[in-house]
Design a protein around this ligand. Sequence first.
Ligand code: DSN
Length: 426
Amino acid sequence: MEKDTLVFQLIKKEYERQLHGIELIASENFVSNQVLEAMGSCLTNKYAEGLPGRRYYGGCQVVDEVEQLAIDRIKKLFNAEWVNVQPHSGAQANAAVMLAVLKPGDTFLGLDLSHGGHLSHGSPVNSSGILYRPVAYTLNPDTEQVDYDKLEEIALRERPKLIIAGASAYSRDWDYERMRQVAEKVGALLMADIAHPAGLIARGLLNHPFPYCHIVTTTTHKTLRGPRGGLVMMGKDFENPWGLTTPKGEIKMMSQVLDMAVFPGIQGGPLEHVIAAKAVSFGEALSDSYLEYIKQVKKNAAMMAQCFIDKGYKVVSNGTDNHSMLIDLRTKFPEITGKMVENVLVRADITLNKNMVPFDSRTPFTTSGVRVGTPAITTRGVKEDIIGQVVELIDEVIMHIEDEKVIGRVREKVNAIMNGYPLFAY
Ligand code: DSN
């Protein structure tokens, strides 16, 4: 077959973009060569609906071993009793949990989207907000951290069936114990979506959601540094006290209800090539070198937050406990929006994303803030010594937002810096 040069030229172009730029999108990372190799393997050819040992197709003996390996490794990484590694994404993992534990119209609590929450935690345009009844809890305006007292007040009033801990733009650790106390008071299940900080939690750098959270979901491609995907896990399986049933109407252990919610509830055939890549990345995440890496991610983020503060920026909640931070631009540049900063920095080969900040006066399309994270640059080998320089380059561009000469000069510096930090071989 003729090589599809058009597509492969574009892939090469994207590789060059990744290679030469400073990647600060908090949810992105660079996978290893062996993760890439597993994703690009012949496992993509195989249909394997069902679970290892219980499939609807013949010829699954090898992918059974692959999927079991992924399950065993992630169980070890998080000390989990049960895991389903098939969700195609974090949003799918969340949708599966909701299908398993909620009925249409049921109430659940999630962090307000404009305070750092995620679309799949109750946005009106996501199935979580279309099928169920989301009620948002918020941050405390003084601390800009989750207001657990208010959360309790809301839970007592609304009597949710499910409470979700977790966010997509929140730089502080979570008090899962406190949230479990609230859940117990109202008879709710507690779920943590740890998509962002998963790697830090796995290696003991943040509070662990087990044993407080009944169910935990995550993506596998952020701090965990695996392929794009998701999973659902539990510290301990349990008989579900809500009488939740499988689609056949059987009351089962929670693990069985969740397994059936993933398939056939919301998905068909699992992506075994991606599951193989998940297995590879989970193996990597158990290694000593990953522990060094994830510690460095946290150190780099702390240093970056301090550098932004030193330059006169407002960092939401005045710092970070994890890999990310939100910069509220209104303090230093009241006229400049997150959208403007995202766009101008792309021209300087620095990538981050515009983001609402708590109590934002602008819309999600313009925003008053940007979100910044260190997982990707840390994979490139960046350490604290050049973090100050990165923040200075960002500041220089924002200060000269319409000056093409400055933007061009910064781009050259960015490319020169990143020349010294390898990316996987293409
Ligand atoms: N992936 C999420 C993030 O960027 O945080 C959005 O879905």
